[in-house]
Design a protein around this ligand. Structure first.
Ligand code: ASP
Length: 348
């Protein structure tokens, strides 16, 4: 290969964290277990055939994504920050179970990101005949390498899965069986992969001016998700709101942000807000937004100091709160920032 071609070759860093994509079946128990990255490479000779230079780095040991959390997010951020100048784009191989949480967290932790960070994985291990992993991985690499006029086409944290490229902090895992496992209900897909990869340029966030990447490593996990259901008891809500050290609650409400108007419920929320606990209202519906001014049942929450989560996913609200609390903002500052979009996670 001549120098010229070599210079033009996009360079991608593939970060293998674990998940089904690289798993193999334990012959004794039949259970899927994480395996060394070599297994993935051996089962994917196509990797070598791609016209890009693909370097790899792996978590040791690889992790099932249900074991992942802030420490793993920091590890991924550190790998990206340390290698930021060396590569044109990054592909993160990750278990599907908590991929939307990781993608949301990374979108907040990688401030001023101007290169693609594409998460993908698979429902079937890469060594299996019917695997969805090969297509997901190859297309994710293509997307991470895609440029126009020398600039990356998708300088965002995204999830690519089963033909769809989605903004990471808008996604939710919706299916434990189908290859089509993720959805972005409240934001259009950023690209669709068919015969061609069609980019939805209008929806892709592009930084106006290039600023230096600012990686963040501070997260505070004193957060809880409280999902309402008809019949929820006063002592349950009271006990949750009294958890020692609790700083924020993602309150999953009904419809457009509604909750019962019971006196005890509103009183408990008012008291928690007054103690500095941030309560963010997100809807249990997959699609749509919270509008607390719409019904009396939502309006009461506003008056109890609850802030709107707009059309945020729970995954995004949880990780955004961890990020903001980790940075030591006061409760009012956190409430204020929940009302602003940091990485395209809410529609205002
Ligand atoms: N349990 C696996 C994980 O999330 C499932 C997957 O990879 O799809 O790590």
């Amino acid at each position: 290969m001549d120098m010229h071609t070599q210079q033009e070759k996009a360079s991608i860093l593939l970060i293998y964290t674990g998940g089904t994509i690289g798993m193999i079946e334990n012959p004794e128990t039949g259970v899927l277990e994480s395996f060394n990255f070599q297994h993935l490479k051996d089962n994917m000779p196509e990797l070598k055939k791609l016209g890009y230079s693909v370097a790899t780095i792996q978590f040791d040991p690889p992790m099932d994504s249900s074991e992942m959390g802030p420490d793993s997010w920091m590890k991924i951020v550190k790998i990206i920050a340390d290698n930021y100048q060396k590569y044109d784009g990054f592909v993160v191989l990750h278990g599907t179970d908590t991929m939307s949480y990781t993608a949301s967290a990374l979108s907040f932790m990688l401030e001023n990101l101007s290169k693609p960070v594409i998460l993908t994985g698979s429902q079937l291990p890469i060594g299996m005949l019917r695997t969805d992993g090969k297509e997901n991985l190859i297309t994710a690499i293509e997307i991470a390498a895609a440029k126009e006029n020398g600039l990356p086409l998708v300088p965002e944290v995204c999830i690519f899965f089963e033909n769809h490229l989605m903004r990471g902090n808008r996604t939710t895992k919706i299916n434990a069986e189908n290859f089509n496992a993720f959805r972005s209900f409240n934001y259009p897909v950023l690209a669709e992969a068919g015969i061609h990869i069609k980019y939805n340029n209008v929806q892709i966030h592009v930084n106006g001016e290039e600023r230096e990447l600012k990686p963040h490593y501070l997260l505070d996990t004193n957060v809880v998700v409280l999902k309402l259901f008809p019949g929820i008891q006063e002592n349950v809500v009271a006990t949750i709101l009294k958890i020692e050290g609790l700083k924020a609650v993602v309150l999953e409400t009904y419809g457009s942000g509604n909750a019962p108007r019971k006196e005890w419920f509103i009183r408990l929320l008012c008291q928690a807000s007054a103690r500095g606990i941030i309560i963010v209202n997100v809807t249990q519906c997959s699609a749509g937004t919270v509008e607390m001014e719409r019904y009396e049942t939502g309006y009461q929450l506003l008056q109890a100091g609850v802030v709107s989560g707009y059309d945020s996913t729970t995954e995004s609200a949880v990780t955004k709160l961890m990020f903001l609390l980790g940075h030591g903002y006061t409760p009012d500052e956190v409430r204020d920032r929940m009302n602003r979009s940091m990485a395209g996670e809410i529609t205002l």
